[in-house]
Write a protein that binds this ligand. Structure first.
Ligand SMILES: [Cu+2]
Length: 167
């Protein structure tokens, strides 16, 4: 009986300790581009919906690649460049943050194996308040998302050489 009490107390404390916050964060439409050929980098996109108080995404991790980073695109001398996000991504109270091509994205650098169309992969977003939020990511053919030729020609991560980029 004592043991049962201990278990119940642990369960109760887990709820109080922060699991309730995670319920405020909803992740929608998570998808990643299927790998093309021998390309070793990938990118994942998603929508973060916050049903509660302001929070911040402080990091991301996965077992999919050597490095998993939060990235964004910036304009520098009229050239679109991507780089690692500095200081996290703010998620406003009752707000949404879009991770999409040409903007915020989860960067997978050095994929351990190619992302195959139709498979589901996992990444974990790390929130300041909500803690770890696991995300199921659908791997899709990029064309299925209606990406334009321009996205492919100039901004497709697969074709970008990360080695040249300053972080
Ligand atoms: Cu990137």
């Amino acid at each position: 009986m004592k043991k049962l009490f201990a278990v119940l107390a642990t369960v109760a404390s887990l709820f109080v300790a922060g699991n309730t916050f995670a319920a405020d964060i909803e992740i929608k439409d998570a998808w990643a581009k299927a790998s093309i050929g021998q390309v070793r980098n990938g990118a994942a996109f998603l929508t973060v919906v916050n049903h509660g108080m302001a929070d911040r995404i402080t990091g991301v991790r996965s077992d999919l690649a050597d490095k998993t980073e939060l990235h964004t695109h910036i304009m520098e001398n009229n050239v679109m460049k991507m780089r690692q996000v500095d200081g996290g991504v703010d998620v406003p109270m009752y707000g949404e943050v879009l991770f999409k091509p040409g903007s915020y994205h989860v960067m997978l650098i050095g994929l351990k194996k190619p992302l195959a169309e139709g498979e589901m992969v996992n990444v974990t977003l790390e929130f300041e308040k909500a803690g770890d939020v696991p995300v199921m990511v659908n791997v899709l053919d990029p064309m299925a998302k209606g990406m334009t030729k321009m996205d492919h020609g100039t901004m497709d991560h697969g074709n970008m050489d990360h080695g040249d980029m300053k972080h």
